[in-house]
Structures are given as C-alpha cells and as structure tokens.
Design a protein around this ligand. Structure first.
Ligand code: ADP
Length: 501
C-alpha cells in the first residue's frame, strides 16, 4: 500500500536522490518511508520532489514471516517509529472512513463554480490497455515489480486525464495504492482507467488492474486499484480550471461521489496531519469525517513530544521526576514515577477521564460527551479558577488511547482540545485549551509501571507551569502523588464499566 504526497517536475539532466528506510516492523508488515529529492548540477539547487510511505508484507512460500523489530536510535527515527503505528491504524480504517462519510454527508455539487460550458461525458475519458509481463518487468522470483505496475497505471491514468482536459496533466498525488495479489511473468495485465470526478482545479482518475493467463482468459484476478489526482498547470505553474464531468449512471455516479469523499479525506488529512505541530490550530472542529485524522494528530503529537531528545531533568522529589523541554514556541514538561501497579490496569484507570477528579483537583467535573469508538472519546471537563482568575474554566477534550503494538512500546493516552457545536463557550466558564498532553505507561515488570504525564503548556497556563517548574510551588508533585495513590487504591478492583472497555 502506497501513499504519495506532492509532486514536482523533474527534468532530463537533473539528478534524482532517493532515500528509503524501514520506519517500523510490525508482525509481518513493515512501513517504509521513501523520500525523493532532486538536484540541479549546474545551479546546485536542491528540492524535494515527493515522499511516500509504502507497506511491505514479508512472506516465505505462503506463510507469513514474523519480523525482527527494529530499534530506532535518533530522535527522528524514534518519532517515525512511534507514529508509524498510528499511521497503520489510520490505513486500516480508511475504507470505513469513506463508507461513513458517504453514509453521513450529502455531497453537494457546486455546479456554479464549475465551467459548465465545457462538459465531458465520463465515458469519453475511458482507457483500456493490456500489457504482457516479460522477464525484465519482474524480480528474480518472477513476480512483477510493483513499480512497473505503477508506471503502467500512471500511463493509462494520464491518458484518461488528458482526454478530459485536452492538455498535459501533472500527477499530484496517489492514494492508497493497494497491491491485492501478485502477478507473474507471462500474465496479461488489463489496465482500465476513467476520470471519476473533476473538481474545479483537480481531477481524480481511477485505475483498476486485472491479471489473467492467456490459457484462462475468463479467470481474471483483481490485483490493483488506485486513485490518482491530476492537475493541469499553466506556464506559471498555476492549476487551470477544468471542464465539468458527467458521470455514467450506476457505477459512474457511485465513483463520482466516492471521489468527492476521498478528496475531503485528503484535504482533512493534509490540514490536520501534515501541518507542523506549531501551526495546528489549538482547537480543531470535531466532525465525524475528520475524526480519524484528529485522533491521529492527537496521538502522534504526544508521541512526537515523547520522542524529543532534549528533555532536561529539572527536579526530583521522592523519585518523582520533573523534566522540561524548551522549544521555539512552547514550554513542555513531563513528570515520571514508577508505580506498583500493572500497566494494563493503570491504562484502564487513567484512560477514563471520569475518574480523574478523584485524584486531580484541577478536574472538578467530567462528563462523557461522546464515545467515538472503543479507543476515542470526547469529554467536557470543568476545572476551578486558576491563578488570579475569578471564573472557572472548561475544556472539550478528545481522549485517544492506544495499547502497545509490541514490547517496549508504551500504552498511550493522548488528550487534546476540539470544538463541538453542542458545547460552545458559555459566559459561565473561561474556555481553556490543551494542545497536547497525556500519559505514557511503560511496563517495567509484572506489577511495575513507569507512569509519565506530558503537557505542552499553552499561554493560558504558562505562569502556573513555570511556578511549578521553578520549584516555587509543589502542586504538580502533590497531584502526581495523588495519582499514584489512586492507582494503588484501585489496582485490584476495576469498576465494571471499565472492564468492558
Ligand atoms: P471502484 O469501482 O469501487 O472505484 P474498482 O477497483 O472496481 O473500484 O475500480 C477502481 C477504479 O478503476 C474505478 O474507480 C474506475 O475509475 C476505474 N475503472 C474500473 N473499471 C473500469 C472500466 N471498466 N473502465 C474504465 N475504468 C474503470
């Protein structure tokens, strides 16, 4: 499965540098990150061309292989390693996300903004070609190179795209390139492409690939499908307005709507996932269709904070450690202690925010607003007035919890603010926001867990945080000790509501 982001033209005579490395090995699958950069030898200019994440599955004969884990070393490797687990989760639910989106949103055709004077019936863009897989197209085991299939797919897709725009289209992105099964030397590959939807400045072309042996032409195996986004650039590299497409009834109309859903997902993801953390707005509006990306952002922000290698130990009182991290824009802190409790138990106890008022006096009341899925929930939290303010505060918080993928991986409970139309700011409370905070729990032994609480301080609480960090207040310490006591008191008997989670 491949996901491709960005695309800039490369010209003959320029050097292309390709870097690839395994970000993480799971059971039998692994995520490989690939970066392509280009270099102009005359001007020494360098620029990024595109990046992609590929998932490979290791097999020996027909049985799956258990992969050896890799140990990340640098800060960047640790971050990629940790976030790869969240990307895997996002990939696995991709089909469901599309399904939900189509079921829950009526997709509007904004026909006014389209150039309806030029309308192209979709069937005019239809392309079909057949390729015979020869030995140079395959590896030593006789399996067709994935890259070869992709090149053939891009060819037919480009032809379909040019039939819509009657110009030279540029490939912008490829979504979820999924190799369903292998093909071998001697197979015929049938490639079919058609423009599924044309938006104002971009279009989606779908390509489907089937394989057959000449002696059994009717037995076709579906080996690949992909959706490619094309734009048409003018002389100034600006995307041009595209003609409107009229889908064929039936499947054509379905694909037209699905293309809109994929476009929305791509935009949401780009906005939420690829922005630098400091550029993500403090509270992102919650909406069922971007829920997967907000959870992704929630968990990956925390994992990125955890992976930073410039944490400094600021103080240690009775084996509770306080670390700080000063970044360009943020001050973050984390507290750490080892507690005599099972990691899975601590995870259950801390991930239900409704229990938090029991030990944290910064949480006055907690209401579960929405149980989004098994591992994600939205809470409305109120907290007492803090440092000089007269009004109490309230928060709308998305809590995303994740179990470890393998040994050494922590349990993660990530918290971030979102906005909900049903829970707008009221005069009664000052609306507080948390950009990134939460817990990581590492199993240190049978009944031994390292509990870490992380928080990236937002301007509203900065003064409070610095007072604690500077040792002028011991509230953090007291609160964290109360958390330990709460875990110890509840280490054996879980509330029935928690056991079902
Ligand atoms: P879906 O129809 O759900 O999109 P498929 O795997 O059947 O999934 O097809 C993937 C894409 O390939 C389609 O969206 C469409 O763009 C293109 N495609 C499929 N069948 C044809 C065909 N007979 N002619 C042209 N293009 C096709």
């Amino acid at each position: 499965m491949i996901q491709n982001v960005g695309n800039h033209l490369r010209r003959v005579g320029q050097v292309v540098n390709i870097k690839a490395k395994v970000n993480r090995a799971f059971n039998s699958s692994m995520e490989v990150g690939i970066q392509v950069a280009s270099e102009d030898l005359c001007s020494e200019k360098q620029w990024n061309v595109c990046k992609a994440l590929a998932t490979f599955v290791a097999r020996r004969e027909i049985t799956k292989v258990k992969l050896k884990q890799i140990t990340p070393r640098t800060e960047e490797e640790k971050m990629e390693h940790s976030v790869a687990a969240e990307r895997r989760r996002m990939r696995l639910v991709y089909a469901d996300t599309i399904k939900d989106l189509l079921a829950n949103c009526a997709i509007q055709d904004d026909l006014e903004s389209r150039d309806c004077s030029r309308m192209v019936p979709a069937e005019k863009t239809c392309v079909e070609s057949v390729e015979l897989v020869l030995p140079p197209h395959a590896n030593h085991q006789g399996n067709t190179f994935g890259g070869q299939i992709m090149a053939w797919m891009e060819n037919v897709a480009t032809i379909a795209a040019s039939r819509l725009c009657r110009a030279h289209p540029t490939l912008k992105a490829i979504e979820m390139f999924h190799f369903r099964g292998p093909s071998q030397v001697g197979d015929r590959l049938v490639l079919k492409a058609i423009v599924n939807n044309a938006f104002k400045h971009s279009m989606e072309v779908g390509v489907c690939v089937e394989a057959y042996r000449q002696e059994a032409e009717t037995h076709r195996r579906h080996i690949n499908s992909a959706f490619m986004t094309f734009v048409v650039l003018d002389a100034d590299d600006q995307p041009q307005l595209l003609p409107w497409i009229r889908p064929q009834p039936g499947d054509g109309e379905r694909r037209y709507r699905e293309a809109s859903a994929r476009k929305k997902i791509r935009l949401d993801r780009k906005y939420i996932v690829s922005c630098k953390q400091t550029e993500v707005p403090l509270s992102v509006p919650w909406d069922p269709s971007n829920q997967v990306y907000l959870s992704y952002n929630n968990v990956s922000s925390l994992k990125m904070l955890v992976a930073k290698d410039n944490w400094v130990l600021s103080s240690e009182i009775s084996q509770v450690r306080l670390y700080t991290l000063e970044d360009d824009k943020f001050l973050s802190f984390h507290m750490e202690m080892v507690v005599h409790v099972d990691a899975a138990q601590a995870f259950l106890l801390l991930s239900d925010l409704r229990q938090r008022p029991e030990w944290d006096k910064h949480y006055r009341s907690v209401e579960l607003v929405q149980q989004v899925d098994e591992d994600d929930a939205i809470y409305h939290v109120t907290s007492p007035a803090l440092g000089g303010h007269t009004k109490p505060q309230d928060f709308v918080i998305l809590a995303s919890r994740r179990k470890p993928c393998d040994n050494g991986d922590p349990y993660v409970i990530a918290l971030r603010s979102v906005t909900l139309p049903t829970h707008r700011e009221t005069p009664e409370y000052r609306r507080g926001e948390t950009l990134c905070s939460g817990f990581c729990l590492w199993r240190e032994g049978d009944q031994l867990t390292k509990v870490s609480y992380y928080n990236q301080a937002t301007p509203g609480v900065l003064n409070y945080v610095t007072t604690n960090v500077a040792g002028l207040s011991s509230e953090f310490y007291t609160t964290f000790k109360a958390c330990e006591q709460f875990l110890l008191d509840n280490r054996n008997d879980l509330a029935p509501s928690l056991q079902t989670l």
